[in-house]
Design a protein around this ligand. Structure first.
Ligand code: URP
Ligand code: ZN
Ligand code: ZN
Ligand code: ZN
Length: 483
């Protein structure tokens, strides 16, 4: 059955215009005036935009002795209800586990997803086996590799391992990602704080200051440069990290930065809340920062030095958070946001004038589709693209509350915030998954999106590295050795 979205204003990353969108066989078939189809979706007064892409989720992830509570079913439901039609989740082998075995596990987890998804592969340990499996991972369409510079004794990799893995990424035309915090220093600060009796959730923030993130970001950028690969820095939360990215880009390096909606909207005062649960529910890494850091992140989105807004959706219930009563280092790290990212960014970004509508589309969808080499299959309103579309009602309002959410946890870190601008209708590859604001989940409809390596920036950078590679000077006059 063909569908047409009528009477709306299309907003993409580069233009805004009035036209209808005709959908056939899961794809955008035509764009233009006065189109007709079997089923009409009215978009009067609404914007018609590429569905959001959240490139940073942890659904049903084994972490800190438990599993994140939202899985591919509740997580994808939360995603579409907020206008996000694709997630990229982290496939996380436990240290020592085969990468291919981990993909099998993630394939099994994701069978009931309502929206499309892809995976990043995490490099949680290093060996000849990992080195040998990386090309097979790329062949399966997973072309980005995440490295944790924190979580010492668990997921953290050292500089030599990271350098080896980045070099492998360069050879394979893949993109390395980093969680940039100095894990050794964090571990030291955690131990000192606990020793001093600082065991509450506020100590989580004290143990991960901006300097720790800034140093690691600089280090990762240097290692990527030496390895000759582009770099994507996840959850950039502070000026120090942003400064490192900004400086690298200004020098011509291919470095991308991803602030989270949580860091843009919530600040460090959350950890001073007298209620332990309130503060612990907001424990994530990096922690929330102060207003100056938030301003820096917003400015980065405006200036283009930061390119993507994600969520790092990693939702734990209050009961799970309470594993850390008496010891903040045992509070599972992570917060939710999948459902709220787009409405919050619209409210705090577009409605305040900090972002244009086109910039909104760029940072929620198009930029990451390009960075991950999925454009224009995803992130675009063009003929032939997947019909992942959100019909956005700029006048619709709601107050965020856990009682109305799709996420399976018992609270929402954005509870009580009023948002204006909500999805009215959402299509996932042509299927209506939100109809007039009502979620109509289609578990199992979501498909894995395979990606190709050797993206344009990889090719350009490896070309440049060849042009500027050290070359032996061929000399004519060579003095006799020894005297
Ligand atoms: O606190 C966080 N961010 N939890 C999820 C894992 C990670 O570090 O991204
Ligand atoms: Zn008609
Ligand atoms: Zn992280
Ligand atoms: Zn994460």
């Amino acid at each position: 059955m063909s569908k047409v979205i009528k009477n709306g204003t299309i907003v993409t990353a580069d233009r805004t215009w009035k036209a209808d969108v005709l959908i056939k066989d899961e794809k955008i078939f035509a764009i233009g005036p006065d189109l007709h189809a079997d089923h009409e979706i009215d978009a009067t007064g609404c914007y018609v935009m590429p569905g959001g892409i959240d490139p940073h989720t942890h659904l049903e992830m084994p972490f800190m002795g438990t599993y994140s509570t939202d899985d591919f079913e509740s997580g994808a439901r939360a995603a579409v209800s907020g206008g996000t039609t694709m997630v990229v989740d982290f496939c996380l082998p436990s240290p020592g586990q085969s990468l291919l075995e981990a993909i099998q596990m993630w394939d099994n987890k994701s069978t009931r997803a309502t929206c499309d998804y892809s995976f990043h592969m995490a490099i949680t340990w290093w060996s000849e086996q990992v080195f040998n499996e990386m090309p097979q991972v790329v062949e399966k369409g997973i072309t980005s590799f995440k490295h944790f510079m924190a979580y010492k004794g668990a997921l953290m990799v050292d500089d030599d391992e990271m350098y080896a893995s980045f070099q492998r990424c360069a050879e394979l035309g893949a993109l390395p990602l980093v969680h940039a915090e100095n894990g050794d220093v964090v571990a030291g600060l955690q131990a000192r704080l606990l020793e001093e009796g600082n065991n509450g959730p506020e100590a989580h923030a004290y143990s991960r200051p901006p300097e720790v993130e800034g140093e690691a970001t600089n280090r990762a950028i240097m290692i990527a440069d030496m390895a000759g690969t582009p770099l994507y820095v996840v959850h950039t939360s502070c000026e120090q990290a942003h400064e490192a990215i900004r400086r690298a880009r200004q020098k011509g390096m291919r470095v991308f930065g991803e602030p989270l909606i949580q860091h843009l909207v919530l600040d460090e005062s959350e950890y001073a809340h007298p209620d332990w649960d309130h503060a612990a529910r907001r424990v994530m890494s990096p922690p929330f920062r102060n207003k100056q850091h938030q301003d820096s992140l917003w400015a980065g989105l405006q200036a283009g030095s930061l390119q993507v807004v994600a969520t790092d959706h990693c939702a734990f219930t209050t009961e799970q958070k309470r594993f850390g009563v008496g010891d903040f280092t045992k509070i599972p790290n992570g917060t939710g946001g999948l459902e709220d990212r787009m409405p919050l960014l619209w409210t705090y970004g577009v409605k305040t004038g900090r972002l244009t509508m086109n910039e909104f589309v760029a940072v929620t969808s198009t930029n990451i589709a390009k960075i991950l080499n999925m454009y224009p299959q995803k992130g675009a309103i063009v003929e032939g693209a997947d019909a992942d579309i959100v019909v956005w009602d700029p006048e619709a309002e709601k107050t965020i509350s856990a009682k109305d959410q799709q996420s399976a946890i018992d609270y929402n870190v954005f509870e009580g915030i009023k948002v204006k601008g909500l999805p009215k209708t959402v299509l996932s590859r042509g299927e209506i998954v939100v109809d007039n604001g009502k979620v109509q989940p289609k578990p199992g409809h979501g498909q894995f999106v395979a990606r190709e390596p050797h993206m344009a920036v990889n090719k350009a950078l490896s070309q440049w590295k060849q042009v500027t590679a050290p070359r032996k000077v061929e000399r004519t006059g060579i003095p006799a050795s020894g005297v």
